[in-house]
Write a protein that binds this ligand. Structure first.
Ligand SMILES: CC(C)(COP(=O)(O)OP(=O)(O)OC[C@H]1O[C@@H](n2cnc3c(N)ncnc32)[C@H](O)[C@@H]1OP(=O)(O)O)[C@@H](O)C(=O)NCCC(=O)NCCS
Length: 181
């Protein structure tokens, strides 16, 4: 494999994002079907230049660790998994995953990917807590997070507006101690 693997398990590697990924990201982030689950991107039309700027910003931002998810048996990137807003003083971060390649959903690739990034968060960065937010209608994300040991923490009521309706934002968390067990 040509890519730089940071962490690896049976089927998945978390690899360093490279310039060659930008074109693929650019196609994916403009997919409105997936955007509806990702409030930070919703309703955006993202130009190639904007995607390049984002990529360039990543290089110097120590509060983000973003990896591409690489599926070894298929030799392909299915998109990314990140720790965002890493707060080293309080030893916490926010977590984010998106498998934009629709053919790669339903294959349980998220299991290995999330385990790897939690290992990185807890055993490389020595963080204590990882948070994540999802929108209440994202049942798929909810099922995934519950299966992989995240616990419900908080609900922000009517935090997201779509299809003439308000939806809640749900916060989940996982602590180093739970992960170890
Ligand atoms: C969330 C995401 C990472 C999950 O990965 P995935 O490969 O699609 O997940 P799976 O298809 O394996 O589904 C996982 C579980 O969700 C459940 N599930 C799947 N589709 C579902 C649906 N439409 N409604 C309810 N539950 C569903 C199933 O219980 C499944 O577990 P099972 O295999 O035991 O039945 C992926 O769908 C994704 O990237 N979505 C778009 C971006 C996104 O929503 N990111 C999260 C932002 S918070």
């Amino acid at each position: 494999m040509e890519r730089i693997e940071v962490l690896s398990s049976k089927n998945i590697s978390l690899v360093v994002p490279e310039k060659q990924d930008i074109k693929l990201w650019y196609q994916w982030v403009n997919n409105i079907e997936t955007q509806k689950y990702l409030w930070s991107m919703f309703w955006q039309v993202i130009s190639l230049e904007a995607e390049e700027d984002y990529f360039n910003k990543l290089k110097n931002d120590q509060s983000i660790r973003q990896f591409c998810i690489y599926v070894k048996p298929k030799s392909k990137i299915i998109w990314n998994i990140s720790l965002m807003e890493i707060d080293f003083q309080n030893r916490k971060a926010n977590f984010w995953i998106a498998i934009f390649d629709e053919k790669s959903r339903g294959k349980w690739y998220w299991t290995e990917s999330i385990k790897l990034i939690l290992e990185y968060a807890f055993e490389v960065l020595w963080l204590n807590k990882i948070n994540l937010w999802f929108i209440e209608f994202n049942e798929r994300a909810r099922a995934v997070y519950e299966k992989i040991w995240f616990k419900y923490a908080w609900t922000l009521k009517q935090d997201f507006y779509q299809w003439w309706k308000y939806y809640d934002h749900i916060l989940m968390e996982i602590f180093f101690d739970n992960f170890k067990k």
